[in-house]
Design a protein around this ligand. Structure first.
Ligand code: FDA
Ligand code: GRG
Ligand code: GRG
Length: 450
């Protein structure tokens, strides 16, 4: 049997960045993907990513030739498109194939092995530890590969963890209602786009129930746009492609436009998986639900999860101990930097999905939540209670006190959930009890807003 220190299943941005981070350590690493090298990173995406992610992970800014556009901010529109909030922040529309291939190529240059057209099939388990994986290599058939640490970076396929029995805490299945089904097209328009450095998000229950539709220009070309729509899963809402065509592509600005690319996929929009690691195994990216639940962005947070995991893997390999305990720091690292905010935003997401278009229009036009607050919410996952209190005094006596009342409860729950995640258990033994608390909090919140 071939053996490696680390085997990574999947080379999307999560797997490729993990390989990149690990390649600096010199441990023997194998990455496999069902796609051939040429198609690495090719999955439907809005292609937006905040610049801060690169800065925070010590990565060089992406080279100009992998960038489709430079972003200076995001406008969020109300259902009637009468009110817009501008969230200022630098970012990119990135060429996802070129950037993912760049990360993987760098890793390969430093000694990481890559097997394309290879499917990870099943984890090999021995005495409570994952010790390897069986893979199908196109044209060569089945092989077993042993690993000290196996990583599931297979995106929503969750190809490895879903084959473990549900006693493994890294296997946590997702509720359909915690998914968004998103479809997008890249189109060349007949006319130039105004302000192409501003991405646009349109919140509308009528057009995109339980999600939003977006218009993300590729500023370098001036007339190319990534336009798409996401809807909440498990609700029997119409298909996002049909909704996009019916409500958006039918608009005058798309007349005569040409389709460059089209496709869709599911996005996990919930709190992170309860642990990123267990004995001999780690999970990263979409497979670990490491996505912002409010806007569905998951590339930056996938790289962050992989960065945290790479540190723990190096520690485990250096100490010769690949147990959950030895890998545990990955959880602390991720939750402190992102998971706590993510879990708080999941509360905000559940609330948003309950609001009617009328409530949203009202809340946004009255600036119940202001642009600065939205910035705070998106940056840190904090909805300051003081802000809500102020708004309550200001608007007392006006219509819809119920919306404010609810918002106050939301702010409370967000801060409670965040605190809970910042107090993530120090050791694996504390996981079950801690997670019971998390589940209790969420069920109480769901009951309150139902
Ligand atoms: P990803 O799915 O990218 O990669 C998984 C890899 O594993 C694939 O290469 C696949 O071939 C491989 N694989 C699967 N099963 C395998 C198996 N059994 N064996 C071997 N290989 C296997 N995010 C963002 O930051 N900005 C944005 O604008 C958007 N927009 C957006 C739009 C749409 C329509 C969607 C569907 C999603 C987004 N997202 C996003 C989310 C973002 O795309 C997502 O979070 C990341 O791509 C996740 O990267 P991963 O590497 O985890 O999974
Ligand atoms: C509203 C529940 C709900 C979900 C929406 C429609 C949808 C789900 C997903 C579509 C995916 C999409 C277009 C994502 C783009 C989001 C975006 C602006 C990402 C930029 O994110 P970063 O990298 O993210 O700045 P963070 O928050 O990590 O800084
Ligand atoms: C008034 C009751 C009431 C509610 C307000 C406006 C609103 C409801 C909800 C907006 C939902 C939404 C889709 C927000 C997305 C915000 C966004 C794109 C933030 C960008 O955040 P980061 O952190 O920013 O990704 P950077 O700058 O890193 O790209």
């Amino acid at each position: 049997m071939v053996s490696y220190d680390v085997v990574v299943i999947g080379s999307g941005i999560a797997g490729a960045s993990l390989a990149y981070f690990l390649s600096r350590s010199g441990f023997k690493t194998l990455v496999v993907d069902v796609k051939p090298f040429e198609r690495i990173g090719d999955k439907p995406c809005g292609d937006a990513i905040g610049k801060h992610h690169f800065d925070e992970l010590g990565l060089e800014a992406p080279p100009d030739d992998v960038i489709e556009g430079y972003v200076e901010g995001i406008d969020v529109y109300s259902p009637l498109e009468k009110v817009k909030y501008r969230v200022v922040g630098e970012g990119y529309e990135i060429h996802r194939v070129k950037y993912t291939k760049y990360l993987l190529s760098e890793a390969i240059n430093r000694g990481v092995d890559f097997w394309g057209e290879t499917q990870g099939v099943e984890p090999l388990v021995k005495e409570g530890f994952v010790v390897g994986v069986s893979v199908w290599v196109r044209g060569k058939g089945k092989h077993e590969v042993s690993s000290k640490i196996l990583v599931d970076a297979s995106g929503m396929a969750r190809a490895i963890v879903r084959r473990l029995d549900d006693k493994w805490p890294v296997r946590e299945d997702i509720d359909q209602k915690d998914l968004n089904i998103a479809y997008r097209e890249v189109r060349r328009l007949k006319k130039e786009i105004e302000e192409p450095e501003i991405l646009r998000i349109y919140v509308s229950k009528k057009i995109a129930p339980g999600g939003y539709w977006w218009f993300f220009p590729y500023s370098k070309e001036r007339n190319v746009v990534n336009v798409g729509l996401g809807t909440q899963g498990g609700m029997n809402y119409p298909n996002p492609k049909d909704l996009l065509h019916q409500h958006i592509i039918s608009r005058e600005e798309f007349a005569g436009s040409e389709v460059i690319e089209a496709g869709g996929a599911a996005v996990p929009t919930r709190r992170p998986i309860k642990t990123l690691v267990w004995n001999g195994i780690a999970v990263t990216g979409d497979a670990a639900y490491a996505v912002n639940p409010v806007h569905g962005g998951g590339k930056g947070s996938a790289m962050l999860a992989s960065w945290c995991i790479s540190k723990s893997i190096i520690h485990a390999l250096e100490t010769g101990d690949s147990s959950a305990r030895s890998l545990w720091e990955a959880n602390i690292c991720f939750n402190r930097r992102y998971g706590a905010k993510q879990a708080a935003l999941d509360i905000f997401r559940l609330f948003l999905q309950k609001l009617s278009d009328d409530d949203l229009e009202y809340g946004m036009s009255r600036k119940i939540i202001k642009e600065e607050d939205l910035n705070e919410v998106s940056l840190r996952g904090d909805l300051e209670l003081s802000v809500v209190e102020k708004a309550m005094r200001l608007l007392a006596g006006l219509s819809r006190p119920s919306l404010l009342f609810k918002l106050r409860r939301v702010a409370h729950y967000m801060s409670d959930v965040k605190r809970l995640y910042l107090n993530y258990p120090e050791e694996p033994e504390g996981l079950l009890k801690w997670y019971e608390e998390v589940e209790k909090l969420y069920s109480r919140f769901k009951e309150e807003i139902s």
